[in-house]
Structures are given as C-alpha cells and as structure tokens.
Design a binder for this molecule. Structure first.
Ligand code: SF4
Length: 381
C-alpha cells in the first residue's frame, strides 16, 4: 500500500510514525483523558511486544492520526495501481470484500496469498481486520481473453477458500453480479430457491436488478472493459499510464474524494455547481466513455466532453489530492488541443499543449478561418 502510494503521491510525514514492517494494524485506544488513553496504549503495546514480538508505535498527535487514517481511507483508490519494476499496473475489484471469522484471518490470509501466487496474480490487502473483512484489488488482466479466464478461475478457487474458512464472499459491500454466480458454493440449493421465491413475492415481473442476484448473469458477462477502445490520436505521452489516455482515465474508480466538499481542495468546480459532470469523477467518466465510443460517439469533437471540461480550472487539485492522481488538467489540455485541431474558433482562454519539439503551441484563432493557425505542432514545425 505504501509503495503504491509513493509511486506518484507525496510522502505523508506521518509515515515516519509507522514502525518497521510490511503491514500495519491500526488500533484505536481511548481513556478518561489523553494521559489515561496514552497509558492504556502503552500497556497494549507492551502486551503485543511481549506476546507477538510485533513492533509498535503510538501516534498520539491528532495530525498524525488524521494522516494515517487518511491513507487507510484512500486505500480503495491507492490500491487501483500496483507498483511494478517500471511503474505500476492496473488492479481491479471483484474479490474485494470477502470476510472470515476473525480467529481464522491469519490462516485465511496466508492461503489467500498462496492462491494469488498460484494464479500469477498480485493484490494489496487492507480492510477491517478486527472483523475479518479483507478488501483487495487484484491485477486481473481484464482486457484479454486469457486474463478473463484467469479471473474466473481465481474467483472460483477464492470462493472455495473463503467458504472452507467458514466465511462469506462479501463482508461489507454485498455480492452483486460479480459474486452472485458463486453463491451456490456458499448456500444450499434450498436456500437459493428461497431467495428466489422471496424476491418473486415483491417483484413478480423481475423488474428490479434482473440477472444480478437471483438467476444471475455470469460474473464475466458484463465487464466494463469488454469491447474495443478507440484509437484516438494523442499528443501528450502519459508516461505513468503506458502512453494511453484510456488507461489514464480508468484511474478513476469512483471513490468520490472530488465530491467531498468538507475536505481538501478538489474539486472547486463541483463545489460551485454541485453537478457530477463538473467533478473530477464525472469528467473522467465522460472521457472514458469517449474513448469507448459507445455513448459518446464523436471522439475529440464531442461537445458533451467539451462542456464538462469547460469549468475545469486546470488547478491540478485532483493530481495532488485524488488518491489515484487523476490529472484532469493534462487531459483537458489534450482534449482541447485535439478538439480544436485544424479548426477555427479555439477560445483564447483555453490552455494549450506544447508542440513535441518543445516550442509553445500556436496562438488561438483570431477569428478568420483563412488565418487560423490552430493545428498540430508549432509554427516552425
Ligand atoms: S484540475 Fe479540474 S477536475 Fe481537477 S480539481 Fe481542478 S477543477 Fe477539478
């Protein structure tokens, strides 16, 4: 988790509070007053050191506590990228919510790690260890047929593993189509028939969530990345996303820090309008749809995407505060560059993209189509 955080993020000073190790368990301890809480914490630390040999550290400063909890709260975003030797790779939900009885957690985690290795997969576990619930995103290769077959094989084996430990496929978030196909591994046929009969009482025409839990569609039937991604010309290099804007926009997994108006700096345009399309998340989703070409069909010429980006201040608040570092300012520069490429009418206020030669891009159109110089490359190139 920390390695993933540091691939692009700033190093929070509170990391220095963590003792040495490869994983950390946060324990919150109270008392009648701060001194009593501190004394209780020292007693717990002494017992842990004595019985387990674990290194401990007490974070009593509220700023440290806030920073450390902030990392945990951002985990579902941080864990979307797993560090590799040359950067990071995408990681996906699917097996992100299994829970086992807390006393089985250690054994489950050891076998779970072995299972990941067997399938050639990696994941970053985090979650509510006190309740035995482990969240993990895994580097499934969902864009290839082989990768989807491996996803299916892993999910089936993982379901058997969690059931063998007396656990549940979902401890917190619910099953959904991702795991409903696996429910027969956890429940008897009789229980499943009762689920079906109960739903039929309230929803006889099967209008509500058809194919999701009762008579579910296959877990790999409606994956978000089925289907082609459009090959649109790019000017920026996206070095952290393998040169792909589609991969860059997939950074957003909908955590929603950009629409949390109580903290941080982002997203100022959402704070002003309260509209999803003016949030980092909304813009990332629109750009992603544009790359897929199903609902936004006119590529770089899309007026929907242009309008959603219009109020983006290019402040880079998302690059610093978003847990997955969505860089909307760069995507906006790319979009506007491509949107007005070869056309008259680029507003003077829109940011520009430098020519690959390093010179500044041409000035915006002054109004006469015959004199329009808004095309790729600088004047010299
Ligand atoms: S760069 Fe744009 S999307 Fe990102 S926080 Fe600023 S206004 Fe919002």
């Amino acid at each position: 988790m920390i390695d993933a955080l540091l691939v692009r993020g700033r190093r929070p000073a509170a990391l220095d509070r963590l003792p040495d190790g490869g994983g950390w368990l946060f324990i919150e301890i109270g008392g009648d007053d701060p001194a009593d809480a501190h004394a209780n914490a020292e007693r717990v630390a002494a017992v842990l050191a004595d019985r387990t040999g674990a290194a401990t550290s007490i974070a009593a400063d509220p700023r440290d506590q806030k920073q450390l909890w902030g990392i945990r709260e951002a985990a579902s975003g941080i864990a979307t990228r797993i560090p590799t030797a040359d950067g990071s790779t995408e990681a996906w939900p699917g097996w992100e919510d299994a829970a086992v009885p807390p006393e089985r957690l250690g054994a489950y985690l050891r076998e779970f790690r072995a299972l990941l290795l067997d399938h050639g997969l990696r994941g970053i576990p985090y979650g509510h260890f006190g309740e035995g619930c482990v969240h993990v995103r895994i580097d499934f290769e969902l864009t290839t047929e082989d990768g989807r077959a491996r996803f299916r094989a892993f999910m089936e084996d993982a379901a058997d593993l969690v059931v063998a430990h007396g656990g549940s496929l979902s401890g917190e978030h619910g099953d959904g189509q991702a795991r409903a196909e696996l429910l027969p591994r956890m429940y008897s046929p009789e229980i499943l028939r009762l689920f079906e009969a109960f739903k039929a009482i309230w929803d006889p025409d099967d209008l509500l969530n058809p194919g999701v839990l009762v008579r579910p569609r296959a877990m790999d039937a409606d994956l978000r990345f089925d289907g082609p991604v459009r090959e649109l010309p790019l000017t920026l290099r996206y070095p952290h996303d393998g040169g792909s804007l589609a991969v860059a926009t997939r950074r957003c997994v909908g955590v929603g820090k950009c629409i949390d108006t109580s903290t941080g700096v982002m997203c100022p345009s959402y704070m002003a309008t309260g509209k999803e399309e003016h949030s980092t998340r909304g813009r990332a989703r629109l750009l992603s749809e544009m790359m897929r070409g199903e609902t936004v069909t006119d590529g770089w010429r899309s007026t929907e995407v242009r309008d959603a980006l219009d109020l983006c201040l290019a402040c880079k608040g998302c690059l610093s505060d978003c847990p997955v570092h969505v860089d909307m300012a760069s995507y906006k520069a790319e979009f506007l560059h491509q949107h007005y490429r070869g056309r008259c009418g680029r507003p003077r206020t829109t940011p520009s993209v430098s020519c690959p030669c390093g010179r500044a891009s041409p000035p915006p159109c002054r109004g006469s189509p015959t004199r329009c110089s808004t095309r790729s490359g600088c004047r010299t190139c």
